[in-house]
Write a protein that binds this ligand. Structure first.
Ligand code: MRU
Length: 364
């Protein structure tokens, strides 16, 4: 998508042909900083520290990370070490494992001398595939927004989002935001309520930033506000992304998503989940018992960072000294609360048969 008119992606091969460029998302929204990854350790650190985050982008970064490892050592042992190091960075988003498995399949049966080149090719393809998938998600989701717009006869269409499932979470376009960008670009009066998304505030700092850069009208709301807005008819649809969808259609996404789904169900607001097929984990069924939920450092809850009036970035502590904090990164929304899954192959019911029929090759 565009930053001040300039088409930009979240990850790219640097001109030196030896390293990978990323946007350091820990610096947004107040500073736009680009970082360079030259080793597999750099890639693993970038994922773990959330310089890059969002399920599809985590996968793309891991793919390039494996290439960076193989550039230095193309042995089986190095491949296994890099796979394990990257896989261990974040436990919940399944795109990470998907991308690593794709990379291993692309290089495993090749002579060592060819492995790095094959890895680079596959990593580039994974990125291009992500962009194409998100565009297809956008086209299917656009129809949903167009239907709402037609019913509202030109009145503004309000979409509520949670966390950042925007282009910053992917290589480009985003998952939940792809339909929104397409609707906006087509001239539909779409407006986004962006949940701030404590504790790391990906909605306030990332979704708001990227929507603003593209010119999409939006309003940042505290996480607790969505239910109230829905009760007053101010939300036409919820569209969120996801880090893992199970074979039966349960949706794991950023902590707080489940509460939005409950509020949506109580108020008859459609609750859509936008996902690329690499986010489906056909190996698990019951999201609640089978998906590992990342628990992160307490500081993310206890403290908050922001810009002071004189332009400095500062971190301050919110809670009393000594208070215990809990930091669960994700929650699971049961399939029964999901109105539809917006995939690259259409809008599906959040049901086992619908997913299996749409993606038979993934199921195998
Ligand atoms: O912890 P993050 O920032 O990596 O989590 C990302 C999310 O949960 C997003 O909301 C998302 O929907 C998945 S990425 C498209």
């Amino acid at each position: 998508m565009k930053i001040d008119g300039k088409p930009t992606r979240t990850i790219w091969l640097e001109a030196d042909g030896e390293s990978v460029g990323i946007i350091d998302q820990t610096q947004l929204p107040h500073r736009f900083v680009v970082a360079k990854l030259s080793t597999v350790e750099d890639a693993a650190r970038a994922i773990k520290s959330m310089q890059v985050r969002g399920a599809p982008l985590i996968g793309a970064t891991a793919a390039y990370g494996l290439w960076l490892a193989l550039r230095h050592d193309a042995s089986d042992e190095a491949l296994e070490r890099a796979y394990a190091a990257l896989l261990g960075t974040r436990p919940t988003a399944i795109n990470l494992k998907w991308a690593l498995d794709e990379m291993v399949a692309a290089v495993r049966n090749r002579p060592r001398a060819e492995r790095a080149a094959a890895a680079l090719t596959r990593a580039g393809e994974i990125c291009e595939e992500d962009v194409a998938i998100n565009q297809a998600i956008g086209r299917h989701g656009l129809k949903l927004i167009e239907d709402i717009a037609a019913k509202k006869k030109g009145e503004r269409v309000n979409v509520l989002t949670h966390c950042n499932a925007g282009w910053l979470a992917t290589v480009d376009w985003g998952t939940a935001t792809a339909p929104i960008y397409m609707a906006h670009d087509k001239g539909l009066p779409v407006h986004v309520f962006a949940d701030e998304t404590r504790p790391r505030n990906q909605g306030a700092s990332l979704t708001a930033w990227e929507l603003g850069k593209h010119g999409v009208p939006h309003t940042v709301i505290p996480d607790n506000t969505g239910g109230h807005l829905m009760q007053h008819g101010l939300v036409d649809a919820v569209i969120v992304g996801t880090d893992r969808v199970t074979a039966q259609g349960d949706v794991c996404n950023k902590i707080g998503t489940y509460l939005k789904a409950l509020a949506a169900a109580d108020n008859g607001v459609p609750f859509y989940v936008a996902l690329p097929s690499p986010t489906i984990d056909f190996g698990v069924s019951d999201g609640l018992s089978e998906i590992p939920i990342e628990q992160r450092a307490g500081d993310e809850v206890a403290c908050i960072s922001g810009k002071t009036k004189d332009g400095r970035i500062e971190t301050v502590q919110l809670v009393p000294d000594g208070s215990a904090v809990a930091n669960y990164g994700f929650d699971v929304t049961p399939a029964r609360l999901v109105t539809g899954l917006i995939t690259e192959r259409g809008v599906l019911k959040a049901e086992r048969d619908a997913l299996a029929q749409a993606f038979p090759e993934r199921r195998a």
